[in-house]
Design a protein around this ligand. Structure first.
Ligand code: 6A9
Length: 845
């Protein structure tokens, strides 16, 4: 089905882009900016993968042969099961240079990437990789190494193999071709070592199974010819060519890609420049530059030693080197029922609006309207009539009655085809974009390269639909899809994710006010914010209209399973804190502390952005009253403060008397059928504060709502520093040891995730607040300062020592077991915030 037809169709509302000029169409993202970021290591899910930022690119990548259980295996896609001792970019500037170290058992591969744009280069310039392979002689019982380097054209253009020349040792041409974007191009190989090169050409539209392609071809040829080598043959008009490079250890090779070769150009010169000693010299210079820039950006204080700096660089390097470019269509799950309910709380001229709603809805749809008293007199009212109108427009009315038609083959609605340039949490486990992770990534990236940061945020905000919704997890294109089990693919339009991008925007506004950017950057940031503003407002409105609670200042993560029989506590994936315990029985009376605080952050950011932009409309004022409401200490305390524990808590329909029990199902004759864990509720839930102390409890502290002189601040510091609640020697636990759900699994198969382990993003936020309270006057400043210093040291020490011991940064750290890294590795998403912790660079909220 043609795209245009779908986009113009009102029934496909969920998949309708937000109707405003795209951020990525701003002039500042065209021209030199765009060209400078064209090629890159934008395929983070493979150990070394290069592509351009275009939907159908020429792609390149590396594989090698390793050994597993006595068998040869192909290494290509970052896979945890490869059990590499370490891998990751120890250096990468996000633009034109990177250096990665990969240790596969007794083999060490160093891959360096360099980009250069010279006179004569085609669009986006040329690039080169230097691959160095070392081995531990004493331990490795084979002496020949096999690398594979491939180029593949996603557009399907045929590639040519230089059959004559690729045996020549110096500066030999491997392959060439031509594309609309870069013109003619050539791929050259150069090495001082005595390499043997073989090849295979393939014709295929699929790029997600290249490892299998190579593996099978090798197997067939091994069977036929008895050698471990590609057969030097090709399918007709191949768009994929794989070169096998074999020789005795140790060895190194350079691969240079030059573009624009159709014009009488300088290509010989350029190839020379990108190979051999000239390449090495440039790489060494770039390495120094990176280290210098690291020093400048994350101005390491005397509190940081050289071991820490090595880890810090690797964190930043892999975060930047892990930035990917994805293209494709998300799959959207549609709501099961078309029964949508709307609440119009305060509504001017509601009569006419209701009429409008009824017009829109039509007869047959069951739409329930709850209309509260209008409040036309309050000009400061943050829910004025203009919001109501947008509620209606953004609602999902058009979906009703047309669900069947919407569903395409696999039962999901495809989102519009979109590009996403983004950092990723983990190159092996989660090599794709996650909305709230990205806010944390950008806290680092804006300090490194503000233009990359705006480019990434721009891409994310352009993914917003007409409802102001942004899909949380971005699984775009076949390569991304191939890494995700089917049940996790569809995105739910009812589900949000914390709007952490506001953390970054808030930082930017602060720095703008302090004049910390160059004049050019200031201009670009301003025009970026100008254009982003309407989307940010719509995002905020999406939360207001879909995640509100019963009273004005209450919010909760909608979409929790009300009728669960298996989950000990129904999860809220939207919150980002997945299994962090909430009220046992989800209902509309719920109030989630974290969401309330995220809304405060969002309102506050919108307010400060609108001030910065000197917007003439009165919207800024509306946000300001929202800020006042959500930061009102009295209201906060009434709704969430527990006098007994001194903690802030969620509110909801809850009982503590819930457990999982094995239930056996048998036939009438007593034959055993199945045994499963089911949830058992031993007491009627009632409306109350939900007595779980953990990260969520600290949100009012994180957002600095608590006045510095309040005794409640003292209480928070106690919860933080008390070993029976949150404190450990390796960072703060996600859930207090005293919680009834501490380290409890949620179902038979769901191990505790946010119920104990230490997470870096939240520790960073808490540490920021500790830093803040240690700087302001008040009776608790000294205590905050002591805790701050100790927590900071614990976090750094633990991440650094884990890195040296295991070769990785991890998704979480064990709160017992000596703070051991756990979960996904490498995880240089928010765990790389350890760099900001070393640099003592915190967000000001
Ligand atoms: C599962 C399985 C190969 C979970 O870092 C990304 C997210 C966070 O946003 C979230 O807060 N992680 C945290 O609770 C990882 C989520 C992975 C979900 C997809 C698919 C694939 O396994």
């Amino acid at each position: 089905k043609p795209v245009e037809e779908e986009e113009g169709d009102g029934r496909l509302r969920v998949a309708t882009p937000f109707p405003a000029p795209r951020i990525m169409d701003l002039p500042q993202f065209q021209g030199e900016h765009k060209e400078s970021l064209y090629w890159g290591t934008y395929r983070p899910h493979v150990y070394l993968g290069i592509r351009a930022r275009t939907p159908q690119s020429l792609i390149a990548g590396m594989m090698w042969i390793g050994v597993k259980d006595g068998h040869y295996v192909i290494r290509h896609v970052c896979q945890d099961s490869d059990e590499l001792k370490t891998y990751g970019w120890t250096h990468h500037n996000g633009r034109d240079y990177g250096r990665q170290v990969v240790v596969d058992q007794d083999m060490t591969l160093t891959t360096s990437f360099l980009k250069s744009r010279e006179n004569g280069s085609g669009y986006g310039g040329d690039w080169a990789v230097h691959i160095d392979v070392q081995h531990d002689k004493s331990r490795l019982d084979w002496d020949t190494g096999h690398l594979f380097f491939y180029v593949a054209d996603e557009e399907g253009n045929a590639l040519s193999i230089d059959r004559e020349r690729f045996n020549i040792r110096d500066g030999s041409l491997l392959a060439f071709g031509s594309r609309k974007d870069v013109g003619g191009w050539e791929l050259h190989l150069s090495s001082k070592d005595n390499l043997e090169v073989h090849y295979s050409g393939f014709r295929s539209p699929h790029m997600h199974n290249l490892s299998e392609l190579v593996q099978e071809t090798l197997a067939v040829n091994a069977h036929k010819a008895g050698v471990l080598q590609l057969p030097d043959s090709s399918e007709r008009s191949p768009n994929i060519i794989v070169f096998q490079i074999s020789t005795k250890f140790p060895f190194s090779t350079d691969i240079a890609f030059v573009s624009g070769t159709d014009s009488k150009s300088s290509r010989v010169k350029r190839v020379e420049n990108l190979t051999g000693n000239l390449l090495i010299t440039q790489l060494t210079e770039k390495e120094k530059e990176f280290e210098e820039k690291y020093r400048k950006c994350f101005n390491s204080t005397e509190k940081v030693d050289s071991d820490m700096i090595v880890v810090g660089r690797a964190a930043v390097g892999n975060l930047l080197g892990g930035i990917g470019y994805f293209y494709g269509r998300s799959k959207i799950a549609l709501p099961k029922e078309s029964n949508v309910s709307f609440k119009f709380k305060e509504c001017q001229s509601w009569g006419s609006l209701c009429y409008k709603v009824l017009q829109l809805v039509g007869q047959e749809n069951k739409i329930r309207l709850e209309i509260a008293d209008p409040n036309p007199s309050d000009p400061d009212d943050w829910l004025g009539s203009r919001w109501i109108l947008s509620w209606i427009v953004r609602s999902r009315l058009f979906l009703a009655g047309t669900l069947d038609q919407l569903k395409n083959g696999d039962g999901f609605l495809p989102y519009w085809p979109a590009e996403l340039y983004t950092a990723v949490p983990s190159r092996s486990f989660f090599p794709r974009g996650f909305l709230w992770d990205e806010g944390f990534h950008q806290l680092l990236i804006w300090r490194w390269d503000i233009n990359i940061c705006m480019d990434i945020i721009g891409h994310w905000l352009d993914l917003m639909n007409i409802d102001g919704w942004i899909p949380r997890e971005q699984i775009l294109g076949a390569e991304a899809l191939s890494k995700v089990p089917e049940e996790f693919v569809p995105q739910h339009p009812t589900n949000g994710n914390p709007p952490t991008l506001f953390l970054v925007l808030h930082d930017l506004v602060r720095s703008m006010k302090r004049n910390e950017f160059t004049a050019k950057e200031r201009n670009e940031i301003s025009s970026f914010l100008e254009r982003a503003f309407i989307r940010l407002e719509a995002w905020f409105q999406w939360f207001i209209s879909t995640q509100s609670g019963k009273d004005t200042s209450g919010f909760y993560w909608h979409g929790r399973d009300k009728s669960t029989t298996r989950e000990l506590n129904p999860k809220s994936l939207s919150s980002g804190l997945d299994d962090y315990p909430r009220a046992s029985h989800p209902n509309e009376e719920e109030r989630h502390l974290d969401l309330r605080c995220w809304m405060l952050l969002a309102a506050d950011s919108l307010h400060s952005i609108s001030e910065l932009l000197q917007r003439k409309d009165d919207l800024g004022k509306g946000y300001h009253s929202m800020v006042k409401l959500l930061s009102d200490f009295e209201i906060l305390n009434q709704n969430h403060f527990d006098n007994v524990s001194g903690a802030y808590l969620d509110f909801g329909n809850h009982t503590e008397k819930v457990r999982l029990r094995w239930q056996e199902t048998k036939t009438s004759t007593g034959n055993y059928i199945s045994r499963e864990l089911v949830r058992e509720v031993l007491e009627m839930p009632r409306l109350r504060l939900v007595p779980h102390i953990g990260y969520v409890s600290l949100f009012p502290f994180i957002m600095r709502i608590i006045p510095p002189e309040s005794w409640i601040l003292g209480k928070q510091l106690n919860l933080i520093s008390n070993r029976s609640t949150l404190w450990t020697d390796h960072g703060l636990r996600s859930l207090a040891r005293t919680s009834t759900l501490y380290m409890k699994r949620n179902t038979e198969h769901d191990l505790p995730y946010w119920r104990g382990p230490i997470w870096m993003n939240m520790n960073y936020m808490i540490l920021s607040a500790l830093h803040h309270y240690s700087q302001v006057d008040g009776p608790y400043g000294a205590k905050a300062s002591i805790i701050y210093k100790e927590l900071r040291e614990n976090l750094i020490r633990n991440v650094v020592s884990n890195y040296y011991q295991t070769g990785y940064l991890w998704e979480q750290y064990d709160q017992k077991n000596k703070g051991k890294g756990k979960g996904a590795r490498p995880f240089t998403g928010w765990t790389s915030l350890v760099v900001l912790i070393m640099a003592e660079a915190y967000s000001e909220i």
